[in-house]
Design a protein around this ligand. Structure first.
Ligand code: FES
Length: 165
């Protein structure tokens, strides 16, 4: 039986089907500037993450080295080589947020979710990451869940925020 790939949206797609879609994305972006980042973004959305076999496939099809692809994947925190949870929580640990309680938020979330930073909860619901500045330093400490930024967060607000997910 064909292996199912769990995408970020939680919908399973076939392994072959995912690679076919990635090949189409590569064709679409082949001649465009900055295409590798775009290809990686779209591929992560299709496959759910960017494991080595996906990186190898992209490198071969784009005619570039695996080292180059891996270098980009590991440089940007929004790329992941392992499947992510349904929602991604990012706690800012930039200077302003760190000084104003970012560490307390990290500790609370780690305890509450039962997973250390860069981990995914056992039910696959949340991936918990540490991030750098979101540009909301004036209202630190800040955190993000998916694309939503929460400002002036404190541990009393966290349960209410998480309940929405
Ligand atoms: S340091 Fe956290 S938003 Fe800037």
């Amino acid at each position: 039986m064909e292996q199912a790939v769990l995408t970020r949206s939680g919908k399973g797609v076939g392994h072959e089907e995912a690679f076919e879609k990635i090949a189409n994305v590569i064709e679409m972006y082949r001649e465009k500037e900055g295409s590798l980042i775009q290809v990686l973004h779209r591929s992560q959305a299709i496959y759910g993450c960017l494991p080595l076999e996906v990186q190898q496939f992209i490198a071969e099809r784009m005619g570039i080295s695996l080292a180059k692809v891996s270098g980009v994947v590991t440089f940007y925190s929004f790329f992941s080589t392992v499947p992510k949870g349904e929602h991604t929580i990012r706690v800012c640990m930039g200077t302003a947020c760190y000084v104003r309680g970012g560490r307390k938020i990290e500790e609370y979330l780690a305890k509450h979710l039962g997973v250390a930073a860069r981990g995914t909860t056992s039910d696959g619901k949340f991936t918990f990451e540490i991030a750098r500045c979101f540009g909301s330093c004036g209202l630190a400490p800040a955190m993000m869940i998916n694309d939503t930024i929460y400002k002036q967060v404190n541990i009393n607000k966290l349960d209410k925020i998480l309940e929405q997910y």
